[in-house]
Ligand binder design. Structure first.
Ligand SMILES: *[C@@H]1O[C@H](CO)[C@@H](O)[C@H](O)[C@H]1NC(C)=O
Ligand SMILES: *[C@@H]1O[C@H](CO)[C@@H](O)[C@H](O)[C@H]1NC(C)=O
Ligand SMILES: *[C@@H]1O[C@H](CO)[C@@H](O)[C@H](O)[C@H]1NC(C)=O
Ligand SMILES: *[C@@H]1O[C@H](CO)[C@@H](O)[C@H](O)[C@H]1NC(C)=O
Ligand SMILES: [Cu+2]
Length: 535
């Protein structure tokens, strides 16, 4: 009886959640598919008989090259499964005709809905402060459902060369819940360790981890694509195509005003979520630990700790000596306004050391008084002087818990609300400066961050360039942002750029070429984020 009940429940849940987006569709994770390198499923439903739906919907094609950059100077590069994403695994996928999309062309492009994708709709991301209690509860129940409903994407738990080698083909994929899929994706992009940090190569050049989502120019576009996927998944799992991700304006309060049980949850002095809060029972995965980083494998989402590892959050309690005097309070609106004065999106070397550019200010390695990158320093008496941990990074650290380990931070449901606000700041910048696409570097950025490289690990693949445009072209808008990027309460006329002149001391971003120095700083950047998040 009990078994039958479970089966019925599973079927019901599976019907509720027909499709999801991300690593590889489960149907493509068989030995045959890995052998042929083709992932072109026939969409479900009687009317479809051909891969990708056939004429009028989509066809199977060779995946166009991203820039196909080869980072030969990085010894691990050839062994990184994400290099030339996704072509190590698959070189053919569905090309869908407008307005269709998805791995089998059964979905719609951003901004289109309905079974024929003929309903155009712009959803609006709203300020959490103004949400009705009904919408707050929705956030809790919708994410909780995603935490249990099984995704139709499976994730890899081994490196490719362990699965496909001279011994044959042994697919190593596992099914995961929709929410855990998202956590896995963020982790995979940020930190796929190929060699142990103790390995000699790592000791020599520090090149063990390449972050394809942070610490470089792709930070804003990577997270934009990721949030779009998340929003769509939550809509689908909950059968609510009108749902939009809310944003948390953390500048309105010095302390976390949404860390209460009627939203993301209160916590005790040890950083444990209140047992009466909506996410108190959640187990975290892919967290920073010996097992995950030294076993030389991608994160296995089914690897659980005993006792279970739960979400942690302890806002405002972070060590000031380590992170700076302002770390016990949230960033201020003046800092956001300062970043938004910078017309230059990014500059060579397009990483965490870039001075006087919008992206590095928002991401949080540049000082929001001077505009310049500021690393940790040592004072005259050997004391540590914390570097800049501003805006985006500041909020992650301030929350002091799961959110402070950046690679696994998407475990915490507050992640999405924080990043929706970061995306809103990005949107204000896009509407204010209306950049040409050439403002985004074609070359010279760290691996995975260049304009026409694919956003790892989204599948089917799409590029950074494809989301470097107004959100209204991607089917969503923000409450309170008008067409030229202004909103209520914006300062007028202030042109203070700290130590940066004319918006930038930077060279033009167009077609810059990576210098050896850039490479070194990219490596240093990757290392520093590990140190930063490992504490
Ligand atoms: C795709 O991969 C298959 C299997 O390895 C190979 O036979 C084929 O030549 C590849 N096609 C392209 C266009 O790279
Ligand atoms: C969000 O709402 C709060 C409270 O009404 C307000 O103070 C704040 O300015 C709003 N933020 C944005 C970005 O509109
Ligand atoms: C994942 O679930 C699908 C659908 O139930 C199933 O066909 C597939 O074999 C599962 N994959 C793995 C790796 O368990
Ligand atoms: C919070 O910050 C303190 C001081 O840096 C640290 O000791 C503690 O481990 C952090 N984490 C949590 C969950 O409180
Ligand atoms: Cu991130």
């Amino acid at each position: 009886m009990q078994t039958a009940g479970l089966v019925v429940l599973y079927v019901a849940v599976a019907t509720l959640a027909p499709v999801t987006e991300a690593q590889f569709p489960s149907v493509c994770t068989t030995a045959d598919h890995l052998r042929s390198k083709e992932c072109c499923p026939v969409p479900a439903g009687r009317r479809f008989t051909q891969p990708c739906g056939g004429p009028g919907r989509g066809s199977c094609r060779v995946i166009p090259d991203g820039t196909m950059k080869v980072y030969d100077h990085k010894p691990n590069w050839a062994r990184d499964d994400r290099s030339q994403w996704p072509k190590l695994f698959f070189n053919r996928s569905c090309a869908c005709e407008f307005p269709f999309s998805g791995y089998d062309c059964s979905k719609c492009v951003w901004g289109r809905y309905g079974s024929a994708c003929d309903v155009a709709k712009t959803i609006v991301r709203k300020n959490v402060t103004g949400l009705s209690s009904e919408d707050r509860v929705k956030y809790q129940t919708y994410l909780n459902r995603a935490k249990t409903v099984v995704s139709d994407y499976a994730v890899a738990t081994e490196f490719y060369d362990t699965m496909v080698n001279s011994d044959g083909i042994n697919p190593s994929f596992v099914n995961v819940s929709v929410y855990d899929l998202l956590v896995w994706m963020h982790y995979y992009a940020s930190r796929e360790t190929i060699l142990s940090p103790d390995n000699d190569i790592c000791k020599v050049d520090g090149d063990c981890v390449l972050d394809m989502a942070h610490d470089a120019v792709g930070f804003l576009t990577w997270h934009r694509g990721y949030l779009l996927e998340m929003e769509r998944l939550i809509q689908e799992v909950n059968n609510d195509p009108d749902w939009a991700l809310p944003y948390w304006d953390w500048t309105v309060s010095e302390q976390c005003d949404i860390c209460t049980n009627d939203f993301v949850g209160a916590n005790d002095d040890n950083g444990n979520l209140d047992s009466g809060s909506a996410f108190a029972g959640w187990e975290v995965l892919c967290t920073d630990s010996e097992e995950q980083h030294n076993i030389l494998k991608p994160c296995d989402p089914n690897h659980r700790r005993v006792p279970p590892e739960k979400l942690k959050r302890n806002p405002g309690t972070q060590d000031k000596g380590k992170w700076g005097d302002s770390i016990d309070e949230l960033p201020r609106k003046e800092e956001v306004d300062f970043a938004l004065r910078f017309a230059t999106f990014d500059s060579s070397p397009f990483d965490k050391t870039s001075d006087c550019v919008f992206r590095n200010l928002v991401e949080g390695y540049a000082d929001t008084k001077t505009g310049k990158y500021r690393p940790d320093d040592t004072g005259p008496n050997g004391e540590k002087i914390p570097g800049a941990h501003t805006l985006h990074n500041h909020v992650h650290l301030y929350l002091n818990g799961t959110m402070s380990d950046v690679p696994s931070s998407a475990n915490d449901p507050i992640f999405w609300l924080h990043h929706a606000f970061i995306d809103r700041i990005f949107e204000k910048w896009l509407r204010k400066f209306k950049p040409a696409v050439s403002e985004y570097p074609l070359d010279g950025a760290p691996p995975g961050h260049n304009r026409d490289e694919y956003i790892v690990p989204l599948f089917p693949p799409y590029t950074h360039e494809s989301v470097f445009k107004a959100s209204t072209d991607l089917g969503y808008d923000f409450e309170g942002v008008d067409a030229d990027g202004t909103s209520d309460g914006d300062e007028e006329g202030n042109t203070d750029l700290g130590e940066c002149k004319n918006g930038s001391e930077a060279v033009s971003v167009v077609a810059s070429i990576a210098t050896p120095l850039a490479t070194i700083s990219a490596i240093a950047g990757a290392l520093i984020i590990i140190l930063l998040t490992k504490n």
